[in-house]
Each structure stands twice: as C-alpha cells, then as structure tokens.
Write a protein that binds this ligand. Structure first.
Ligand code: NAD
Length: 402
C-alpha cells in the first residue's frame, strides 16, 4: 500500500513509519518538524539523542534498502501544497498523528491554547478537504485519545465510540438512537480531539470518506524492534513536565534518584499502551478499513488501566525510588474509575503488552543509560489548568502542599 504518515517524525509517528515500511508499504512522512521547534523554544531535549529526520531516513535505507520519502509541510497552514500532495500521491491510507499533543502545553497560556486549536483543527480539516477533493477512496486513520471522555467514572466500560440511548418521543413512544459517546474533554488539547470527532462524523456522512479514529491511551516505553536496529533510528523520549507522559517521567525520575512525582493523591485512573503495541494497532487498523458510506470506525487503543499511585508503586517496587505527592496542576477529580472496552483490537489479534512485562525493565535501563542528558529543572509541571490552580500551586505553593 502507499501510505502517508502525517506527523511521522514524532514519538508515535517515527516507529510507525518504520514498522509500515518494514512490512513492505511505500511510506511517505509528512511533517513540519514543529515538535522539534517546540523543544528548542522551551529549552527541552528528548532523553534519547534523536538524530535529524533526514539522517534517520538515510540510516533506514542503508540498513534495510527501503526508501521512506519525506515532505516538509505544515498541514494546518499549507492547504494548497497538501492538496497537491494528496492529488499526486492518491495514497491508499493516511495515518494522521500531526497535532499538538500535550495537554499541559495546551494549557500553558493564551498563545499555546490558540496554537493548539488552530493547528489541530485546521490541520485535520485541511486533510479531510484534500481527501474529499482529490482522493476519496483513501482510508484515514487518525490518532485520537481516551482522554476525550474525561476521567469521571460511569459505572460501565467505555464502549468503542458509540452509545445506544433510549428516548421518549413527542407522542410518548420509546425510541432508540445511536450517538457518539459523549465527550468531556479535560484540556484544550483534549477539546481539539473532541472537535475532530465531529469533523470525522460529518465527512463520513456527507462525502462517504473511510475514517478510523483510534482512541489511544497514554503511550509508554520508547523503542520498537525497528528503532532498536541502530542508534541513528532511536525514538524520542519526553520526560519533562509539558510533554513527558506519566510513566516515562516516573522511569526517568527513578533512574536519576529523584522521587516519583505523583500529582495529588494519585487516585486518578488512566489507560496505557506500550509504543510497540501502538505501531501494531495502527498496522491492524490500516488493514481493516470501513467501507465508503459506513460510519466512522472508532476503536479504543488501550492495553490496560491503572491508577497513578499504583503505577508509581510498580516503579518504586522495581527501583527503590521514593514517592512524593505534589500539588496537581490539573482541574480534575482527585480519584476516578476508568474501565475501557478494547474488544476490537483483541479480536483483530492484538496481544497487549502489560505494565509488569520485561519491557518495563528495558525502559528503566534505557533511562539510566541516558540519565546524563536529564535536566532536573524540566521535570516539574509548569502549566496550571486555570487561575485558581495557578494561584494555589505557583503563587502559594506552601498552602497547596499543606
Ligand atoms: P509528537 O508531538 O511526538 O508528534 C507529532 C508530530 O506531528 C511531530 O513530529 C510534529 O512536528 C508533527 N506536527 C504537528 N503539527 C503539524 C502540522 N501542522 N503539520 C505537519 N506536522 C505537524 O506526538 P506523539 O506523541 O507522537 O502523538 C501523535 C498523535 O498521537 C497525536 O495526535 C496525539 O494526540 C496522539 N496520542 C499520543 C499519545 C501519547 O501518549 N504520546 C496518547 C494518545 C494519543
């Protein structure tokens, strides 16, 4: 298949591009390298020493003989170039990772809120328009997030995208409807993913686009079979307060002898998936498109759920790291339940990697190997969710900690 990987220089996109290339697909990465620019702007760097994209691609060709093409293009701001790319390439599938993906960064301030909405919504919509106009048979696989559903317990498993509801009509008769499972986004970033869902629903219904939306859990780990082949292929590993996802941050903290920083009580439950399973799920999703005219296929891309405090204990048991509770910058319930159905991927053959697997030890070892690159000052969270949290945490930290 000819596959375009939008956002293919990122944490999930790079290993996915390699995996699809290894499986024999003709892969083109489309990326504006904005993630690397944000690193430079914030003074951050990946824990792992990632090479420039051109060097990564050249190394892959040298090692495997396989060519990955690259288009440096901003899908939010260069719609005419995107149209031309899609019209000329007519890909069988596109995988869309190209969004600003950190909830804390999206809550950092007015500029970051506007950037996240402008970038994510315009990028997704430009892509949908390009496909509608120039390649309506292409299958669009988008990376959404479990976080769109918020983190308040329902008392039942979160289904895969849709909810059957019973209503009474104006004549007192019972009616049933299938609706998108209601979202309750907890950050500007999550809100953009909720809005993406409506864009997909419209274009599937109006233009019969073939769309799969993967509601992914928090990704942990960093290496896949392909990125391990050579140091020049190493994947990005974010550990800082803005982009570092919780488990990877804990693993780096443990590697440098820093206490594991649990926000609030740690009673928040989250969904997790290993990067190795991310690339496998995307391959499975690409191979299983909906037909034209079908509703958007929504799959929960999740291996398991766990509370943050249980996650911290898991890392602490293996490393001896202490656990420190720090004020939570997010406006969210202190504790919640989260039960998620992932039946479609299990039926498609996914054998999920669980947190107690040997891969956790591997990620701890990798964190130790690169611990000289850690900048301690980058670990604490800097973005508060609203004025009240800002005052409590950053302007009166003693009171917040009490
Ligand atoms: P990332 O920031 O590492 O990668 C995103 C890539 O997209 C970057 O290379 C960036 O330069 C590129 N990009 C952003 N805006 C672009 C634009 N306008 N035009 C072209 N390229 C653009 O993020 P990631 O962790 O790889 O996440 C990828 C996707 O998966 C995101 O949409 C994210 O919401 C979703 N996701 C990630 C996680 C996770 O834990 N990392 C969890 C759930 C969902």
């Amino acid at each position: 298949m000819r596959i375009f990987v939008f956002g293919g220089d990122g944490f999930c996109g790079w290993p996915t591009a390699l995996h699809l290339s290894k499986s024999g697909h003709d892969v083109t990465i489309v990326d504006n390298l904005s993630r690397r620019e944000i690193d430079a702007k914030l003074g951050l760097q990946s824990l792992t020493p990632i090479t420039e994209l051109q060097e990564r691609i050249a190394a892959w060709r040298e090692l495997t003989g396989r060519i990955i093409h690259f288009e440096h293009l901003d899908i939010a701001r260069e719609a005419p170039r995107l149209d031309t790319l899609v019209a000329n390439g007519k890909p069988d599938a596109v995988v869309h990772f190209a969004e600003q993906r950190a909830a804390p960064y999206s809550m950092r301030g007015p500029d970051e809120k506007r950037y996240t909405v402008d970038n994510n919504i315009s990028g997704t919509h430009n892509l949908l328009v390009a496909l509608t106009q120039h390649s309506p048979d292409t299958h669009l696989v988008h990376l959404g997030t479990m976080g769109v559903y918020g983190y308040s317990g329902n008392g039942f498993s979160i289904p895969e995208g849709y909810l059957d509801v019973a209503v009474t009509d104006d004549h007192g008769q019972p009616q049933s409807r299938e609706i998108l499972f209601p979202t309750k986004p907890g950050s500007v970033y999550h809100m953009t993913k909720s809005l993406d869902q409506l864009l997909f629903q419209f274009y599937a219904q109006n233009d019969a686009l073939k769309i799969t939306d993967l509601h992914q859990g928090i990704v942990w780990g960093t290496q896949t079979k392909e990125t391990k082949l050579d140091p020049r292929l190493i994947n990005r590993f974010d550990y800082d307060g803005e982009y570092g996802t919780v488990l990877n941050r804990f693993l780096v903290e443990a590697a440098i002898g820093h206490p594991l920083t649990v926000h609030g009580t740690g009673g928040q439950t989250r969904a997790f998936i290993h990067i190795r399973d991310t690339v496998r799920c995307i391959e499975l999703a690409v191979g299983s498109p909906p037909q034209r005219g079908e509703k958007v296929k929504i799959l929960n891309q999740v291996a398991e759920t766990l509370t943050i405090i249980d996650l911290a204990r898991l890392v602490s048991d293996r490393t001896g790291a202490e656990i420190a509770h720090v004020p939570n910058p997010r406006a969210e319930a202190a504790e919640n339940e989260l039960v998620v159905s992932n039946e479609t991927f299990l039926a498609l053959g996914l054998d999920p990697t669980l947190l107690d697997s040997a891969l956790l030890e591997g990620t701890i070892a990798l964190s130790k190997r690169h611990s000289d690159r850690v900048d301690l000052s980058m670990i604490p969270a800097r973005s508060a969710w609203n004025r009240e949290r800002q005052k409590q945490i950053f302007e009166n930290p003693q009171a917040a900690a009490a």
